[in-house]
Design a protein around this ligand. Sequence first.
Ligand SMILES: Nc1ncnc2c1ncn2[C@@H]1O[C@H](COP(=O)(O)OP(=O)(O)OP(=O)(O)O)[C@@H](O)[C@H]1O
Ligand SMILES: Nc1nc2c(c(=O)[nH]1)N=C(CO)CN2
Length: 284
Amino acid sequence: MQVAPPTQAAPPVPVASSAVEPWDPSATQVMPGPVPDYDDPADVVTGEIVTDPLDDAPAAPVEVVLALGANLGAAQETLRAAVSDLAGTRGIEVTDVSPLARTAAVGPEQPDYLNAVVLARTTLSPRDLLRATQAVEHAHGRERAERWGPRTLDVDIVVYGSVLAVTDDLELPHPRAHERAFVLEPWSQVDPQAVLPGLGGGPVAALAATAPDRGGVRWLALDWLTAAVPGTSGVPVVDQPAPGYQDGGYDPHPAAPGYPQDGGYDPHPPRTDGTGAVPRTPRP
Ligand SMILES: Nc1ncnc2c1ncn2[C@@H]1O[C@H](COP(=O)(O)OP(=O)(O)OP(=O)(O)O)[C@@H](O)[C@H]1O
Ligand SMILES: Nc1nc2c(c(=O)[nH]1)N=C(CO)CN2
């Protein structure tokens, strides 16, 4: 193979049109993107960087859904801080935050989780968004040990616009979101009309109602971003039955007394709009 001398400009590489036109993530796409089609392999310069569309910043802000979970340490405080960190990240605008859900752990035996869903708009590429969410995880001491094991903070990208992608490091929508009540239930509470794109997708509220772990959603707290965190170490995530938890059955509006009794907030307010949805959590 001939390698061009350093002074000679590299021959133009044919680029498929989607790599150069402004990317419109609202149009459903299947990744990875097109592979350059070299006419003459002898002209290929080694070391060329080939990107796929998951590295491309969108032409306009894209609506994304992020799922947060924590079950080690001061979980509620961590989730609050994570929402604030995401909102403070350049290229991410947090538009809404779901109620906080206490959920039985799916996977290996471990403490209950606190879960929440963040709706945002981003000008970051999907991979830059992944890097940003991982940076937030790291800032809160996230270590990767056991798969599906306990963690101080997990931030998953549930959807990025309507992009469908399967790559080594990023799958969109998140491949297990469609079967996780701990994602779907808080998401449907903050956006009752939401629809999950892709295979296995559909109306989020309907998916939440049939998800295998739906019985593990113990309660939802509304003003968790603004109310005082009970005690000094955040929400008691471990080893305590949550008030309002009724035999493992899912009831987002249990009649049980509010939690915490002394924290000054009521996680079980009356429904206000007749839809059965819990009113929205104030923005951070
Ligand atoms: N949509 C996505 N959101 C976040 N990470 C993703 C996504 N798709 C693929 N990944 C990859 O998954 C890897 C493992 O992620 P993580 O450690 O959060 O998994 P997990 O939380 O144990 O399991 P799960 O993916 O089932 O939630 C990440 O390093 C990332 O590259
Ligand atoms: N209830 C619940 N279970 C889980 C969660 C989570 O966030 N909530 N995250 C996991 C790994 O992503 C594994 N299991």
